[in-house]
Design a protein around this ligand. Structure first.
Ligand code: HEM
Length: 320
């Protein structure tokens, strides 16, 4: 990336976070295939994120549906081959795939997860592990460009805490303001806009009885913007997360739910928060970005709220 270049910051952070996800899952082993896996995942995820009214789920030639299922099948095949190789070669790689292969499993009389279960776990970890995080990262760039004073405060904090050292996990724990920014990004630009459950018993909610077996949807996007829950709900204000600030109000339970809640809460939340903190810190240290005049960043998507047409930026300076 050179100074003066015009790029889509969303595509850049997406590719970066995809590499992190693939490396976490497979160590260095699938590194050479990262771009191909990325291309196929993007095809499949774009289809998943299309409005149900525009979808045509029939396996016919040249349809986006066929392209999506073929792309997904190619990723499945790569993962299947890797599982097969590992089983044949043995050895330790210290990654998530190793952990899944060695994981005892107590259902259906099996000792371990079978290959299909492992493959499906891996695919769901790759997709959920990079789609939501990179979406938050894309919105983070947008938030910093539209709130330059916030970017300046992160830069000051990073200079104070990290200085010239390489960023490490101890630094990340001390980057309080940067952490508040991550929360504020996940509040206002929550990647998952809608989450659902099926009721397993009759439940009463707000004076209504919802019978057993009904689909119930709630929206993180709406919840995070309700004026009765958040003061100046639509204002991007990281300081609202500062517990030591006068007038600090602890968010009430279930008012901040970017990762869902309950038994099926996102399993990657701690990793994602740390990853976003690290990304913000490195971003303000290493590059200076400016908005492209006339570019409007708007949301789109049903599964994940992507920035429609990406986040176009100009690279003003690079400090590697
Ligand atoms: C900013 C980043 C992320 C956001 C906003 C996010 C959001 C969510 C949401 C809303 C759910 C549904 C929870 C529910 O139904 O209550 C979920 C589930 C899940 N997430 Fe994330 N996620 C993020 C990052 C990650 C990462 C990094 C991973 C993996 C490393 C991951 C793996 C998963 C998995 C496997 C599930 C399914 C859990 C289950 O059904 O039990 N997510 N996530």
């Amino acid at each position: 990336m050179d100074a003066g270049a015009r790029i889509d910051a969303f595509a850049e952070v997406r590719s970066c976070i995809r590499r992190i996800a693939i490396r976490g899952l497979f160590g260095q082993r699938l590194r050479s295939q990262t771009d191909e896996i990325g291309r196929d995942l993007e095809i499949a995820l774009h289809y998943t994120n299309t409005s149900p009214f525009l979808r045509f789920d029939h396996d016919l030639p040249f349809t986006p549906y066929r392209k999506a299922i073929r792309a997904r099948a190619r990723v499945d095949e790569r993962v299947r081959q890797e599982i097969e190789k590992r089983r044949a070669e043995g050895g330790e790689h210290g990654d998530v795939l190793d952990a899944l292969l060695e994981r005892p499993c107590e259902h259906a009389g099996q000792d371990y997860l079978d290959d299909l279960e492992i493959r499906d776990q891996v695919i769901s970890l790759i997709a959920s592990g990079y789609d939501s995080s990179s979406t938050a990262a894309g919105w983070a760039v947008h938030a910093l460009l539209t709130h330059p004073h916030v970017a300046d405060r992160i830069r000051e904090e990073v200079e104070q805490v990290v200085g010239d050292e390489d960023l490490n996990v101890e630094h990340l724990a001390k980057l309080d303001y940067t952490g508040w920014c991550v929360n504020e990004i996940l509040r206002l630009y929550t990647p998952g806009v809608l989450t659902g459950r099926t009721t397993t018993t009759d439940i009463e909610f707000a004076g209504h009885v919802i019978p057993r077996g009904r689909r119930v949807l709630y929206s993180q996007y709406v919840t995070h913007r309700l004026p009765e829950l958040w003061s100046d709900a639509l204002v991007f204000e990281p300081e609202r997360w500062n517990r030591d600030a006068p007038g600090y109000r602890e968010p009430i339970p279930f008012s901040f739910v970017p990762f869902g809640a309950g038994f099926r809460r996102c399993i990657g939340y701690a990793f994602a928060e740390l990853e976003l903190r690290a990304m913000l810190a490195e971003l303000v240290r290493r590059v200076e970005l400016t908005s492209v005049p006339g570019a409007h960043v708007r949301p789109v998507g049903v599964a994940t709220m992507w920035p429609k047409d990406g986040v176009p930026v100009e690279v003003a300076a690079v400090r590697l």
